[in-house]
Design a protein around this ligand. Structure first.
Ligand SMILES: Nc1ncnc2c1ncn2[C@@H]1O[C@H](COP(=O)(O)OP(=O)(O)O)[C@@H](O)[C@H]1O
Ligand SMILES: [Mg+2]
Length: 336
């Protein structure tokens, strides 16, 4: 599926441990992730699962404790502090949840977008042209002279996106950019990311809780307890693919497949609810069948837990209640 020459990001067994006094918090525990150039990836996961930690590492704001991370051919672990700073300034754009972290409230939209260009040492002419292009791309050129406080939350976030691109980055990282706006505004913000991804071919990673994200990116990666657990991939039917260019792809021809991720050592995360439904504890049996690999509870675990009546065969015990298993592998979502 992925072409080795076209890979922008490769995280291999990434580990991040925060130490506060005597306490150690494992924020990433062996995370694997590959992102192609030009891809638009959504990241989802419960609070505390390690999403921000991952973005900080990819953006050169933080260093992993172990593992490997390469971006655009640069091994971020091997870079000196100065080189890592250079990497961040030249190659990465950030959009944060709080607009206050992105922008200066008393400056105009245009001034906010130009400020990082001044820092980067661009000429006046270059600044004017690039700021204009960016403000047009986010649909705010008409409002370029408005001060930030005169813009709505969604507009401010779009200014933040333009400002994040001031340094012409190759990678755009957004940490919950839709966290503080209503869902209609969130849609406009996500559409802005989509348009930039399409027109500039900009590799984009967005952490979000928007339920519709799966319909707006190429791939959604779910992180659980500091590791990638599943990926949902948008797939266009083969018939549609054959007709590409003749007419736009209809949403009905797109399906979403959720796959469980296996790392290079063959490890995967079984969803907790599946383990609970089948009463699987810390051991299970694996069997290769015609259908695939079957994970079964250890025989006798149920019987040992239930008090056995004398003379009652194990088979006669009521079978554990089976709620409809929404098979990860079988689950195919249509539409949004
Ligand atoms: N600077 C830090 N110091 C100590 N612990 C941290 C720090 N940043 C994050 N953590 C811990 O690491 C884990 C992952 O955090 P984070 O990456 O912020 O998760 P998310 O963005 O998915 O909510 C959490 O348990 C969090 O408390
Ligand atoms: Mg976070």
């Amino acid at each position: 599926m992925q072409n080795a020459n076209n890979i922008l990001i490769n995280c291999d067994n990434l580990v991040k441990i925060y130490k506060i006094a005597e306490l150690e918090v494992v924020a990433l525990q062996g995370l694997d992730l590959t992102v192609e150039r030009g891809e638009m990836v959504g990241i989802v996961g419960a609070s505390g699962s390690g999403k921000t930690t991952l973005l900080n590492i990819l953006g050169g704001l933080d260093r992993p404790s172990a593992g490997r991370v390469t971006v655009d051919g640069q091994d971020l672990l091997k870079l000196s502090d100065a080189a890592l700073n250079r990497y961040r300034r030249k190659k990465v754009g950030f959009v944060w949840q709080q607009t206050s972290r992105n922008l200066i409230p008393y400056l105009t939209a245009q001034e906010n977008v130009k400020l990082p260009m001044t820092v980067a040492g661009m000429s006046r002419r270059e600044k004017r042209a690039w700021a204009r292009e960016l403000l047009q791309a986010v649909g705010l050129y008409q409002r370029r002279k408005h001060r930030l406080v005169q813009l709505s939350g969604g507009e401010q976030q779009r200014v933040a996106i333009a400002a994040a691109l001031a340094n012409k980055p190759i990678l755009l990282l957004a940490d919950e950019p839709t966290g503080e706006v209503d869902s209609a505004t969130a849609q406009t913000i996500l559409e802005t990311f989509q348009r930039l991804n399409e027109t500039l071919g900009l590799t984009t990673i967005i952490v979000t809780h928007e339920p519709g994200i799966v319909g707006q990116v190429d791939r959604v990666v779910a992180i659980r307890d500091g590791r990638t657990s599943t990926e949902t991939i948008r797939q266009v039917s083969q018939l549609e693919q054959a007709m590409v260019g003749e007419h736009p792809v209809e949403e009905e021809d797109v399906t979403y497949h959720e796959y469980v991720v296996l790392d290079s050592a063959g490890r995967l995360q079984v969803p907790r609810e599946y383990l609970e439904q089948l009463d699987i504890g810390d051991r299970a049996t694996l069997e290769v069948t015609e259908e695939g690999i079957l994970i079964r509870p250890v025989a006798g675990r149920q019987a040992a837990a239930a008090p056995l009546l004398p003379g009652l065969e194990e088979e006669e015990l009521p079978a554990p209640r089976r709620r409809g298993l929404r098979g990860l592998w079988a689950r195919v979502r249509r539409g949004r």
